[in-house]
Design a protein around this ligand. Structure first.
Ligand code: ACO
Length: 306
């Protein structure tokens, strides 16, 4: 018995901020932002628990189950509603269920960490039969809207997946790492805004993600040629292109939403997953790589057979 993803759901806040909107009050342009990041617009004004709950509700419906069937809620986020209680407890509350729940913070890599943690829990003795894994972040609340180095990149969003025991689907390989000494290149203190050395994060991200995908593939006994679908963290299209070039993976195998969402942190991998599903790319047997990186610096990759 292994684990499959039975349903995927998403949520984005209603308010759209385009590159043109940003160019009204800072020294930037639609052309520059698109060329350097691939982003055209982002959603703002989200509340993590609200987006996470909506994504979770959609995923439960898609899976053809009811909230009472969920035995554990795992929320990957770096923007919890409060310091405590854990925001996942509010998802359980919103769903009207009593079950275990926890938040996981691995910044933008959160969904990959959450997926692997859930997989391990579900296969442990007495582990849950069905879990919600959600990635949700509302970084727009922590952006300095006068800093063109960060304001152009981030947006709010959430994606959720229902994981259930099944003979279809499997986790084939995984790789996780952090470089805690790189904390200074990307961080956000309490009651403050995001501080980032963009160029440095870019370089480190390309190296870390390339190596991490290679490590996870090696564990799975696969090569890059075996990958059908890549669901990368949606930070910058040039980072995705650089990783694909290094791994000799055609860009057509990646599924991207960042043009319309910006970097939604832990929300980005499941949002890309929903886009891949919508495109019909996720069929039983499809080999999928989810890979993310972010503040920490933390990175993580999982290789999954759908
Ligand atoms: N509009 C116009 N010009 C700009 C802007 C802007 N928004 N931002 C910077 N510039 C200028 C710079 O001042 C610089 O000008 P100069 O050459 O006269 O000095 C020039 O453009 C180039 O600046 P760079 O910083 O080198 O631009 P780069 O190509 O690196 O793009 C960017 C900047 C988009 C921030 C890129 O570095 C990036 O995406 N980095 C990765 C960030 C990332 O992924 N962060 C999220 C991590 S996930 C998490 O955990 C939250």
């Amino acid at each position: 018995m292994t684990i499959r993803i039975a349903g995927i759901g998403t949520s984005l806040p209603a308010k759209v901020v385009t590159n043109h909107d940003l160019a009204q009050h800072m020294d930037t342009s639609d052309e520059w932002i698109r060329e350097r990041s691939g982003i055209g617009e982002r959603r703002v004004g989200g509340i993590t628990s609200e987006m996470a709950l909506e994504a979770a509700t959609n995923a439960i419906e898609k899976a053809g189950v009811v909230p009472a069937d969920i035995e554990f809620v795992l929320l990957a986020t770096c923007t919890p509603d409060q310091i405590f209680p854990a925001t996942s407890t509010q998802i359980a509350r919103g769903l009207g269920i009593r079950c275990g729940s926890m938040d996981v913070n691995a910044a933008c890599a959160g969904f990959a960490y959450g997926y692997a943690a859930a997989y391990g829990m579900m296969l442990s003795p007495g582990g849950p039969d069905r879990m919600l894994v959600i990635g949700a972040d509302s970084l727009s609340n922590f952006v300095n809207w006068t800093d063109r180095g960060t304001a152009i990149l981030f947006g709010d969003g959430a994606g959720a997946a229902v994981l259930e025991r099944h003979e279809q689907g499997a986790l084939l390989g995984q790789d996780f790492g952090v470089a805690g000494d790189l904390r200074e290149i990307l961080y956000c203190d309490h009651d403050d805004t995001i501080v980032m050395e963009g160029r440095e994060v870019f370089k480190r991200a390309v190296r870390a993600v390339t190596q991490s995908v290679q490590n996870a593939l090696e564990q799975a006994g696969l090569t890059a040629a075996d990958i059908d679908v890549v669901l990368p963290h949606q930070a910058n299209i040039r980072i995705i292109e650089a990783v694909c070039t290094r791994l000799a993976i055609p860009m057509e195998k990646t599924h991207n939403v960042l043009e319309h969402t910006g970097n939604t942190s832990a929300g980005s991998i499941p949002l890309a997953m929903a886009a891949a599903e919508e495109a019909g790319a996720l069929q039983p047997g499809t080999i999928v790589v989810m890979t993310g990186f972010g503040a920490g610096m933390a990175w993580g990759s999982v290789v999954v057979r759908w």
